[in-house]
Design a protein around this ligand. Structure first.
Ligand code: CO
Length: 135
């Protein structure tokens, strides 16, 4: 092999490495997967992440919700009925005690204290939820 051929081979190898690196670091790989995953669940509203609770058919979901201390949790009401988030008696200090909110409205609460916070909906005391807050 002469020097020219070796240089061309090296350049070709570098080009292949650059292309592989560029394709593997492209950020839309994970985005595309997420979007595909979401569309698979069309029809039911799923929590966007572990900081969200959806109220649907008088049920809090997920329940229990596990978060780290300092997390802001968003409850989204998809029911026609108004609901709220009120901590049960006997729970640790620093639990939620929110107003009623209607369809497609949200309520947010930041958990500053660790502990297990059981809660309910005031007008519908049979609606139970729980947020487990860790340090
Ligand atoms: Co309710």
């Amino acid at each position: 092999m002469n020097r020219k051929v070796i240089i061309l081979m090296v350049l070709g190898l570098v080009a292949v490495i650059v292309m592989v690196m560029a394709s593997s670091s492209r950020p839309n790989h994970s985005t595309a997967y997420k979007m595909g995953n979401t569309s698979k669940q069309a029809g039911t509203i799923q929590p966007a992440d572990d900081k969200s609770v959806v109220i649907q058919n008088y049920t809090f979901n997920p329940n229990p919700l596990k978060v780290k201390k300092g997390t802001t949790v968003t409850w989204t009401n998809t029911d026609t009925a108004k609901h709220n988030v009120e901590v049960d008696d006997g729970q640790p200090a620093g639990g939620p005690n929110g107003p009623l909110f209607g369809k497609n409205e949200t309520y947010q609460f930041t958990f500053a204290n660790a502990g297990i916070f059981k809660y309910h909906c005031s007008p519908h005391p049979y609606m139970h939820g729980s947020v487990e807050v860790t340090e």
